[in-house]
Design a protein around this ligand. Structure first.
Ligand code: C5P
Length: 400
């Protein structure tokens, strides 16, 4: 899911954050994008065009009257090639020009001519950012369909602390990827994914859990987000970086996961339960740490709510319900039984016994178990597997 074949125009204005765009340009090149760089005269005082030329292998464009771009009208040629333009760092001055259709240099002329998605990352002193004139200009840009990437709060180059800091290159890259990777075939769909293990407390110190890392669920959330869905990710404790642009609800216990999922469920078109929910929890959670004694200790366990089964019983028409099954034996038989017992539309069966599948790793081998039969998917990266699962869900929703 790289950016091969996509042309990204990076438009830099005069701000100290310009240096961060060198990292972004390099990241985009690694993603196989064609990167064209436009700079205002002021931007070239902060970072040299040569830096970008070395990183991107394309000529950096600064003024309007340079005609070496295949003898075409350059700003129009660049605008025609662009799949996306990101103005970053965007100064208050250039934001004001863009908001008013002023085009008096290569950068503003090209951005005005672009018909592709436009993103703007304001970066400036807090006073300038919060000034009603700047805010009105940003509101106007939003009204024109420009995506404004909110600045972060932090220490600014001027020494002040507040909003105005340009987001880090990784975050800018994620905004670009969201626009340019994947067909938006899930636009308008609400999708909920659960991921990770649960923790069932024995006392304030100890808990019962399992080996789930949450990776498959997080890849599903990311894939659905990239395909345009509005994603809610209900996650047990994991060490993973949550995907951007999803609503993350953190929970610990099966009961908390149950409550979060049931609250969000009515609004969902698709629910995928990839979490490894504990089936049992301690019948009593001690208020104080359980002290050891000479005798053995027997724990009494009680059932947790079966969230998937409850969803299956209470779902609304048209809602697609997908569960996961991980077994150490009789995988497909168990998965088929689960499909029926839980009232799900699909069970994704993955074996714990197989190399390259199961907990933690980057790959998975799964079989999609449906009322009409089973589909074995090839061993692949969990991101790829996530997309194939979503493909099938979309096909089923379309009546396949
Ligand atoms: O019953 P079993 O745990 O084998 O089924 C697995 C599927 O059911 C997974 O999709 C899991 O997220 C879900 N599940 C659940 N609530 C539980 C246990 C499992 O929703 N208490």
């Amino acid at each position: 899911m790289d950016l091969k074949g996509k042309t990204v125009v990076l438009a830099l204005t005069g701000g100290i954050a310009a240096y961060k765009i060198a990292t972004l340009a390099s990241m985009l090149v690694k993603q196989k994008a064609t990167v064209l760089v436009l700079m205002t005269e002021n931007a070239t005082r902060f970072i040299a065009p040569l830096t970008f030329e070395a990183l991107t292998g394309t000529r950096c464009m600064v003024d309007t009257f340079d005609r070496s771009f295949s003898f075409e009208i350059e700003h129009v040629a660049v605008a025609d090639r662009a799949d996306l333009v990101l103005v970053a760092p965007a100064s208050a001055n250039v934001i004001a020009k863009m908001a008013n259709g002023i085009a008096d240099d290569m950068l503003t002329t090209t951005v005005l001519a672009c018909r592709c998605p436009k993103l703007v990352a304001p970066a400036m002193n807090t006073g300038m950012y919060e000034n009603p004139a700047t805010q009105a200009n940003l509101a106007r840009l939003r009204g024109y369909g420009v995506e404004v990437i909110d600045p972060a709060c932090g220490r600014l180059a001027c020494g002040a602390v507040g909003p105005g800091k340009m987001p880090e290159p990784q975050q800018l890259l994620e905004h670009i990827q969201r626009h340019l990777t994947c067909q938006k075939d899930m636009a308008g769909l609400h999708l909920l994914v659960t991921a990770g293990p649960t923790r069932e407390a024995l006392d304030p110190v100890r808990f019962i859990t399992n080996h789930s890392t949450g990776r498959m669920g997080y890849e599903l959330a990311r894939a659905a987000m990239l395909r345009g869905a509005q994603v809610t990710l209900v996650s047990g404790p994991t060490a993973l970086e949550p995907p951007p642009f999803v609503e993350l609800v953190r929970v610990e216990s099966a009961q908390q996961m149950h409550d979060a999922v049931m609250a969000a469920a009515p609004a969902q078109d698709v629910i995928i339960k990839a979490a490894a929910v504990a089936d049992y929890r301690p019948a009593h959670t001690a208020g104080e740490k359980i002290k050891k004694s000479g005798a053995d200790l027997t724990l009494e366990l009680t059932r947790t709510p079966d969230i998937l089964a409850e969803l299956g019983a209470a779902r609304r028409p048209g809602q697609f319900l997908c569960g996961f099954a991980m077994e150490t034996r009789d995988l497909l038989d168990n998965a088929r039984a689960k499909l029926e017992k839980k009232g799900a539309d699909m069970i994704v069966a993955n074996s714990l016994r197989e190399a390259g599948a199961g907990f933690g790793g980057a790959t998975n081998h799964v079989t999609l178990v449906e009322p009409t039969g089973c589909t074995d998917l090839p061993l692949a990266g969990k991101d790829e597997v996530a997309h194939r699962i979503l493909d099938r869900i979309l096909a089923r929703r379309a009546g396949a």
